[in-house]
Design a protein. Structure first.
Length: 227
């Protein structure tokens, strides 16, 4: 009889241990805080800054959220810190590597005012290139319409916009239409710096010009010009 009672008591104790483990408090679930830096950044001035809010899921209680930019070879390039109540995040664009995709890796968990974790920080990536701009003009005489494009891009060497020597694509659109049609590519004149395209038409049309991307410069469209 005593042996039976001892076995029963042991079973109850073991059962109690199992119940106690199951009722243990679950691990806390933290918000997923995204770094809000745009995936594409454009450098257009020597004193330009990248300015952006934190991404989705970041609590206002976030005091210290730091992301490190990592180069393709794995070396750390720079770090940017943001907090939930002092937005936007910003840093000088002169720190960015042109034409290089950076991986933004969290340095630590998102910490609150008491130094405790309040969020999980998410990684992301960004690519910075120089910006381009195009000035489009045109003239129509009789049945001939000629449009001129002067394309420029921001140069990190001169710290100003300079002449773009690459080809540009002229496009046209009938008035009232939403469809653009390619006219053709043209290179800028070595002396004037302007690329031109002439078509035969006696009707007014909309025109624009496209400059393609390169390894270091983003693509761009001119404003629409009706001639």
């Amino acid at each position: 009889m005593r042996l039976r009672n001892l076995i029963t008591g042991t079973a109850l104790i073991a059962s109690g241990l199992v119940v106690g483990q199951q009722s243990a408090q679950a691990a806390p679930v933290y918000p997923k805080c995204a770094f809000g830096i745009p995936s594409k950044l454009s450098l257009t001035a020597p004193d330009a800054s990248a300015s952006f809010p934190l991404g989705s899921g970041c609590p206002r209680t976030l005091l210290n959220g730091t992301w490190n930019a990592v180069l393709p070879d794995g070396t750390s390039h720079l770090g940017v810190g943001c907090s939930g109540d002092t937005q936007p995040c910003n840093f000088p664009m002169r720190w960015m590597e042109i034409g290089v995709t950076l991986r933004w890796v969290p340095e630590n968990p998102g910490l609150g005012y008491n130094g405790r974790k309040v969020a999980d920080l998410l990684p992301t990536s960004s690519l910075t290139k120089c910006g381009a701009a195009i000035k489009l003009t045109g003239v129509r005489k009789g049945t001939k319409t000629t449009v001129y494009a002067r394309a420029t891009y921001y140069s990190t060497k001169s710290k100003a916009f300079t002449r773009h020597h690459g080809r540009v694509l002229f496009q046209k659109r009938d008035v009232g239409s939403n469809t653009w049609t390619d006219l053709g590519w043209a290179y800028p004149n070595a002396k004037t710096g302007a690329a031109s395209y002439t078509i035969t038409t006696n009707r007014s049309r909309d025109y624009r010009v496209y400059v393609p991307s390169s390894n270091t410069v983003w693509y761009a469209y001119s404003a629409t010009k009706r001639v």
